[in-house]
Design a protein around this ligand. Structure first.
Ligand SMILES: Nc1ncnc2c1ncn2[C@@H]1O[C@H](COP(=O)(O)OP(=O)(O)OP(=O)(O)O)[C@@H](O)[C@H]1O
Ligand SMILES: [Mg+2]
Length: 478
């Protein structure tokens, strides 16, 4: 057992010990040199990144450790020389163990008063992230390439497949038809599950670019640096002699790039997208050459982008560049007359798929469907029907007995939250696990309700991550 005794130690000494621990535990590589360029700190993460051990580096001058360098190659020596910070520089190189490494480095001089006394380099290791992005780009390319025998392309939607007759929905379709006839950027807005992707595909397929690829990328699904490499491609420079990799802008050349959940894109990347749209060319990450691209952009957002722009979390210039044609898809609760039509469509679909013969919903279920809020919109309706239909044997009418018990669709199971204002007011009758799940489900409903079904905001309100809220929603069939 270690003994506990901090007596006699100054705060500084304790901090020193803590710093040592921190420096060798964090994921960023850290390298400190004195004003002569001699290494005085080299942490474990840096050892991994550069493929050197601290013994090989500490106490030596940088150019002794890296003999092929000149002073100008070293960001640390440059920082000492110029007194300037080099912020977030991307580097990709073979380290001394001949391993390809990709980092983003920040290097800054250290001052005492006005004297430069050394420099620090902090390196974030993006090697794995980069590998992942290259893999995604390769897979995407395989999707575009002509299908090999035995492989079919994923189904693509056209306008005639969109079900709905409500005037608001027809208006959205009408605008989408017009968008198909033009080549301007399109912004599709609508809550999750309203069919934004179907609209994007239909617009592309009906337009003049229909024979060219439409490439979709979900901007919320990955970190910024990865998204940047995926969109713009990467250039490996001269290090490996390997081919450069095109990004989605280049892969979509002549066709359409569908930027899904663009509301999640960082401001920094928004600026880069704007530049590509304005100038009509892109540059691969780490590359030197401008590549001309002819790409039509369709963007989708599940949050009102105009409000985000007003609040400063979306760039104004990019907003206006994208919102040339705006299509807003109404949520299902605003076009309830379409529910029977959609239900009929999905019953037919799942009958064929599952070999069943369900003709209709019970009266009770029809009414419940009409009353229900459908925060997951058409996707939720589709999922509820799929799950209920898998409970059917040879019945022809789908009834409440086929619904998953925890679903809130029937008024009798709906959370009493609205009636008495609290998720904790259900009453406890002995099954703690079930009771807690019930409370959790109701809290999620309350949060989603309060945030107009916006999952990110509801997650923030609940104090959990968006991913974990999505997981819970899936689990509870919300
Ligand atoms: N008009 C429609 N007719 C038939 N099915 C539809 C229609 N609209 C949407 N769907 C179904 O709803 C599902 C969700 O649609 P889609 O993926 O386009 O939603 P989304 O708006 O992109 O959602 P998210 O914001 O979550 O990505 C699709 O799988 C599709 O089967
Ligand atoms: Mg989508």
């Amino acid at each position: 057992m270690p003994s506990k005794d901090g007596e006699g130690l100054t705060d500084e000494e304790i901090l020193h010990e803590a710093m040592q621990k921190i420096l060798h535990t964090i994921e960023e590589g850290i390298h400190v040199v004195d004003v002569e360029g001699r290494s005085i700190l080299y942490n474990r993460a840096m050892e991994n990144i550069e493929g050197l051990s601290a013994e090989e580096v500490l106490g030596k001058h940088l150019l002794e450790v890296f003999p092929s360098w000149t002073a100008a190659d070293s960001t640390l020596l440059t920082a000492i020389d110029t007194g300037r910070t080099v912020d977030l520089r991307r580097q990709s190189y073979l380290n001394l163990k001949k391993k390809r490494i990709s980092t983003v480095n920040t290097t800054f001089p250290i001052f005492k008063g006005s004297r430069i006394i050394g420099a620090v380099e902090i390196a974030k290791n993006y090697t794995e992230v980069n590998k992942l992005s290259e893999r995604i780009i390769d897979l995407q390319q395989k999707l575009i390439d002509p299908p090999r025998p035995g492989f079919s392309k994923p189904r693509s939607y056209t306008f005639d497949m969109l079900i709905g007759r409500h005037p608001l929905y027809l208006e959205a379709i009408d605008r989408a038809h017009k968008a198909a006839r033009s080549d301007s950027s399109v912004l599709i807005e609508g809550e999750t599950g309203t069919g934004k992707e179907l609209f994007a595909q239909s617009i592309h397929n009906e337009g003049t670019r229909g024979k060219q690829p439409i490439i979709a990328i979900n901007c919320a699904a990955m970190p910024d640096t990865l998204l940047e490499s995926i969109l713009f491609g990467t250039s490996r420079g001269s290090y490996t002699g390997a081919e450069d990799r095109p990004g989605l802008f280049e892969q979509a050349n002549g066709g359409t790039l569908f930027l899904d959940e663009i509301n999640s894109m960082s401001l920094a990347l928004q600026a880069k997208i704007l530049r590509a749209l304005q100038e009509g060319y892109i540059r691969r990450v780490g590359g030197l050459r401008d590549v001309v691209v002819d790409v039509r952009i369709i963007a989708a957002s599940n949050e009102p982008l105009h409000a985000m722009m007003k609040a400063g979390s979306f760039r104004k210039d990019l907003y206006y560049r994208l919102d040339v044609i705006n299509i807003t898809i109404p949520p299902l609760r605003e076009r309830k007359d379409d529910i029977p039509l959609l239900t009929e469509h999905f019953l037919g679909h799942f009958n064929r798929k599952m070999g069943k013969e369900v003709w209709m919903l019970s009266q009770e279920l029809q009414e419940a469907f009409r009353e229900y809020g459908w925060i997951g919109n058409i996707r939720e309706l589709q999922n509820v029907l799929e799950s209920a239909m898998s409970m059917v044997n040879d019945e022809h009418v789908l009834g409440k007995e086929h619904l998953t018990p925890h679903l809130d669709i029937l008024p009798s199971c709906r959370a009493p939250a609205k009636a008495n204002g609290s998720a904790l007011s259900g009453g406890f009758a002995g099954d703690l696990g079930g009771y807690l799940e019930d409370v959790e489900r109701r809290l999620i409903y309350e949060a989603l309700d309060a945030c107009a079904s916006n999952v990110s905001r509801a997650a923030r309100r609940l104090g959990i991550s968006r991913q974990s809220l999505q997981y819970k929603m899936k689990r509870y069939g919300i």
